[in-house]
Design a protein around this ligand. Sequence first.
Ligand SMILES: Nc1ncnc2c1ncn2[C@@H]1O[C@H](COP(=O)(O)OP(=O)(O)OP(=O)(O)O)[C@@H](O)[C@H]1O
Ligand SMILES: [Mg+2]
Length: 402
Amino acid sequence: MPDSKYLDKKNLVDILDSLEVGIVYVDQDHKFAFVNKAGEEIRGICSEDRLGTSILQCHSERIHGKVLDDLHAFNTGEYATRHKMIKSKGKYFDNNYNVVKDENGNFRGVVLASQDVTEKVELERQLVKANEELEKKIKERTREIKNAYEKLKIAQFQLMHSEKMAAIGQFVSGVAHEINNPLDGIQNCIKMVLSDLDNKEQAEDYLSLALEGLFRIEVLVRRLLDYAKPHSNEKVRVNVHDIIEDAIELTKFKLKEKGIAITKEFHNESLFIFGETHYLGQVFVNLILNAYDAISDDGSITISTSVDNNKNIKISIKDTGIGISEEDRIKVFNPFFTTKQKDNGTGLGLYLAYNVINEHAGNIDIKSEINKGTEIIITLPHFEESNEVIKDNIEILDTARK
Ligand SMILES: Nc1ncnc2c1ncn2[C@@H]1O[C@H](COP(=O)(O)OP(=O)(O)OP(=O)(O)O)[C@@H](O)[C@H]1O
Ligand SMILES: [Mg+2]
């Protein structure tokens, strides 16, 4: 049994009066039985006037029925506790009602603990407002980023388009130059023939020179037409191994001429890219033929494929040919750069390969050592059905190309 001084009524009232929580106790006859100091303030009740009076006097008649119903519900045990948030005179109160019972469990009344939570509510409101503002700002920023992205996409497209136009200009002037050279020669030859029609021997020499010039133009035009030949340029999901196999099939008779062995070191699984089979096929045929041209006899070509951690497909075409000098290596992608005999090369193969690989969001690199050989390394994005980014990038490139 605790010391009785601690249960002293005065002591208890002092304790309850020291609380910031308003305590109002209403007995089973719905009369005010106790109100602490904070309760007086919060409820606007003066204990001296109110103690022993009915709580109905504090409520308008209109809600007397409701108040009595609530008290009855506490009495019958329908409510054990209740919680209500009320607003009074611009302040918010968190009200908790609890049933008070005697030692036999009989209903004695209801105690209301009322706490001023105005500050908390105000803070919450500010928080909600700040949150709303934040959301608004995030939405604005997202919109700005989206707009910037769209603008960037357009700029990227325009840039690629202008680069493309510059490249076309460079290409066209190259074509004109390549045609003009032999045309000049042909013109001169014909002039020479016409100047001395009786000189049959001279006429024969000049006419065969003119024919050589015409043949050179014919090869060039055929090559250009081949590249521009109508074909379905729709990009599809395609296994690079199939494209390489087709290119080997197309070139194997030529390789046999020099007894060149071709070795495949393919990755053990299919490697898919999103691309145009026609153009890519041309790239590999040209690379194999370049290797063929570089190898004198009995050399070999190794084509290997792999995939790296960043999901890039790597294709290597390695030969044991004459190699490329450092000086030439920076020129080999230029249109019409060739070191081959007049009728053997137009110098367009690597130029076109570079463009095609670029248009597939890929890269083409060269490693070479004189008299040891050359390795052409192509990287292309690995394409999985779900990989929309690759499709997007390639589609931007496509749009720029048109
Ligand atoms: N595998 C290789 N080994 C050595 N040199 C090479 C190799 N591939 C390309 N080259 C050099 O790069 C040049 C350009 O190659 P590219 O394929 O663009 O044109 P080309 O083969 O000369 O003519 P085209 O392919 O138009 O018939 C070649 O002339 C050659 O000097
Ligand atoms: Mg070539």
